[in-house]
Design a protein around this ligand. Structure first.
Ligand code: DX5
Ligand code: ZN
Length: 225
């Protein structure tokens, strides 16, 4: 299990369909869709709506990351866009247990994310409710930021926690991920890496090679655990 989920945030927004096809052809395991509302984070992207027809151009499953206030308002739209994972932030809702249940009831896999400043203990009580934990290694809002190394201790904690409690959630890391830190993330127990600039930095032609290089580092790290 070593998945790469390239972020569509780094694609050309005027030509998303071409990017979706290129990601599938380039070996992406998931497509990471960053929903931002200009309130929870100081940037806006899109809602789930524009991705309603994405399944017509790609069969790669969608990993939808909600950097929004009131994520519960988007459950129906995320399900209509065939999101495989609907990932919400622990900081965004006071009734997280109910929200995660509602996501599962809508037919999606619930995921929980935490900002760099949020301790991992904040999600401990609901870890048995999620299929995925997304550890942010930048402050959410923008692509192309520098990796915050101190956040990686959360990955090690989560990996130990799931072993001790016999849980099987996936650990995903998002923000500033590249070929240089993928190895360490694998060593710590990460299963899935988001990469926006790391995937798109050499244009569409560079996608297959960049995905492969990041996956190779992740796999090497994981195999040396
Ligand atoms: C940041 C987003 C990330 C972003 C990652 O707010 O959640 O998914 O697209 O971009 P890179 O890989 O460029 O840091
Ligand atoms: Zn993201």
């Amino acid at each position: 299990m070593a998945y790469i989920s390239p972020s569509i945030l780094s694609a050309d927004f005027l030509d998303i369909a071409t990017a979706l096809r290129a990601l599938e052809a380039g070996g992406a395991d998931y497509i990471h869709v960053d929903v931002m509302d200009g309130h929870f984070v100081p940037n806006m992207t899109f809602g789930p709506g524009p991705f309603r027809d994405a399944h017509k151009v790609t069969s790669t499953p969608i990993d939808m990351h909600f950097m929004v206030s009131n994520p519960g308002d988007y459950i129906e739209a995320a399900a209509a866009a065939h999101a495989h994972y609907m990932v919400v932030h622990i900081e965004a809702d006071d009734h997280i247990h109910r929200l995660l249940r509602a996501i599962r009831d809508a037919g999606m896999h619930p995921g929980i994310s935490l900002n760099p400043g949020t301790p991992v203990s904040a999600i401990e009580a609901i870890l048995d409710e999620v299929d995925l934990v997304l550890v942010m290694t930048v402050n959410p809002g923008f692509g192309g930021q520098s990796f915050i190394t101190s956040c990686t201790s959360k990955v090690a904690f989560l990996d130990n926690y799931r072993k001790e409690h016999d849980l099987d959630f996936i650990i995903e890391v998002d923000g500033g991920v590249n070929v240089n830190n993928a190895y360490d993330l694998g060593l710590l127990g990460a299963d899935m890496l988001v990469a926006g600039s790391g995937t798109f930095k050499d244009g569409l032609e560079g996608i297959p090679g960049n995905i492969e290089a990041i996956r190779d580092s992740l796999v090497r790290g994981r195999s040396e655990r």
